[in-house]
Ligand binder design. Structure first.
Ligand code: PEP
Ligand code: MN
Length: 279
């Protein structure tokens, strides 16, 4: 029992995998002793951009290159991503620079192509309760980075993870902010919810301070707060020329500042040692 939270009830609700059954899990090294850093552009706009980002992301000490080939956009008239060619750019650049790829499958029809290049398949917020996508992504055997829904409770988030786990893939939970009443930030990064997940789930938890804030000016601060609160990793949107970013421009973190952020994050990580309630 943590406060009013009844762990027993949730354990009954969940068949097993998210909460119980075995030791803490690591996924592709995420959730191990060191912090896992992931960065890259919001959208894999061009081959040149992907290559430039991969080079610097690797140099900064990150292990994963992120980038969207299929972008979930609120308006159908906005740039939707390059599609399949971008998947190849991501994998080729990642391979050249010793990185792993995390990229989104927005629809079940994207799964075969995404599963071929991605080390980690991202399922975006808007799809957190697309149960067919969760189920089928789980069946690819490729680990899944599951982002918290825009207005999802932690219980709903964990139950969605259960769909992925039932398929057989492992899962990394990603707190990316939830919709609040504050219009000056894009979302409200739920650092408390993220911290609680570390007590509830055996699966790694990473933080996305980019969508969590929507503002590059505070991405660094929130990233460090998440690490201090126990995040196993960070996923950060970055761009060499943030003002030219085709998607999520306001939150694009300058590529030239990425290395400093990574050094600071590693430092914060080295100063915090949490022991969680789960064994
Ligand atoms: C993204 O990471 O590219 C993205 C669209 O994130 P979210 O699903 O969290 O909005
Ligand atoms: Mn984005």
């Amino acid at each position: 029992m943590i406060g009013a939270f009844d762990g027993k009830k949730l354990r009954r609700l969940l068949a097993s995998a998210v909460l119980t059954g075995g030791p803490r899990q690591t996924v592709l090294g995420i959730g191990g002793d060191s912090l896992t850093l992931m960065a890259g552009p919001c959208s894999a706009e061009s081959e040149e951009l992907v290559e430039e980002c991969a080079r610097e992301v690797s140099r900064a000490g990150c292990r994963f290159l992120r980038g969207g080939a299929y972008k979930p956009r609120t308006s159908p008239r906005e740039f939707q991503g390059v599609g399949e060619p971008a998947l190849r750019w991501l994998r080729d650049s990642a391979d050249r620079h010793g990185l792993k790829v995390v990229t989104e499958a927005r629809d079940v029809s994207h799964l075969p192509a995404v599963a071929e290049v991605a080390h980690l398949i991202q399922i975006g917020s808007r799809n957190m309760q697309n149960f067919e996508l969760l189920r089928l992504a789980g069946k690819t055997g490729v680990p899944v980075l599951l982002k918290r829904g825009l207005a999802a409770t932690l219980e709903e988030f964990l139950l969605s993870a259960e769909y992925v786990l039932e398929g057989g893939s492992s899962v990394v939970l990603c707190e990316r902010g939830i919709r609040g009443f504050e219009p000056w930030t894009r979302n409200t990064f739920d650092v408390g919810g993220m911290a609680l997940l570390k007590h509830l789930s055996r699966w790694p938890v990473v933080a996305d301070p980019s969508h969590g804030t929507g503002l590059r000016e505070i991405v660094g601060q929130v990233a460090l707060a998440a690490v201090a609160a126990g995040a196993d990793g960070l996923i950060v949107e970055t761009h060499p020329r943030p003002e030219e970013s085709l998607t999520d421009r306001e939150q694009a973190f300058p590529l030239s500042d990425l290395q400093e952020l990574c050094v600071r994050a590693a430092y914060v990580r080295s100063t915090v040692r949490w022991s969680y309630l789960l064994p």
